[in-house]
Design a binder for this molecule. Structure first.
Ligand SMILES: [Zn+2]
Length: 80
């Protein structure tokens, strides 16, 4: 399948659907941890707030949600 990496936005091929290319695996893990820590402190944040606080793109945050590894409480994401 042709996938688009959520970090570098480059297309890459993998046998199954994915959201992160091989080169960005370490970044992926690091960002995920940062977002998790942030959300544990500020559980009512939306994607924009998280992205700004961590200096990453809202797109990247939303891709984590698409991927199913990140969920936000109270349906805040639907408002974006
Ligand atoms: Zn990448």
């Amino acid at each position: 399948m042709v996938n688009v990496c959520k970090h570098c936005q480059k297309q890459y091929i993998s046998p199954s659907k994915g959201y992160c290319c091989h080169n960005c695996k370490a970044i992926d893990k690091m960002r995920y941890e940062q977002i998790r820590v942030y959300l544990s402190k500020f559980p009512n944040s939306n994607a924009i707030q998280v992205a700004e606080a961590l200096d990453i793109k809202p797109y990247t945050v939303l891709k984590y949600v698409d991927e199913g590894v990140l969920t936000f409480g109270r349906g805040e994401f639907e408002q974006i």
